[in-house]
Design a binder for this molecule. Structure first.
Ligand SMILES: [Mg+2]
Length: 100
């Protein structure tokens, strides 16, 4: 399995090849949209939402979409996501999840 930096670089290359919009603001909007799709799919699968034919992917699949866009944003902005994750883990050791 590739590390996060390798994955981000790979996703950045794929996004460029596919002609995706590389504006960070646009990527963030799509990221939020995909997060909404995770929630809709999770609610459907957990019985908290009526079955809807438009919800065709599982929340696990939607998490892949979220991860792609997160890595794409990191690639565009040259963000060391692995380093930021380590920072968050260290922060959580002294705070609760609601404080991050
Ligand atoms: Mg999706």
């Amino acid at each position: 399995m590739a590390d996060i930096t390798e994955l981000s670089s790979r996703v950045g290359t794929i996004a460029r090849q596919l002609g995706h919009n590389r504006d960070p603001k646009v990527i963030l909007l799509f990221l939020v949209e995909e997060l909404g799709e995770v929630i809709r799919a999770f609610m459907k699968e957990s019985g908290h939402k009526e079955d809807n034919a438009r919800i065709t992917e599982t929340y696990r699949e939607e998490l892949g979409d979220v991860f792609f866009l997160l890595l794409s944003l990191a690639a565009v902005k040259d963000i060391d996501l692995e380093g930021q994750l380590e920072r968050t883990i260290e922060k959580l050791k002294t705070r609760s999840l609601s404080d991050i």
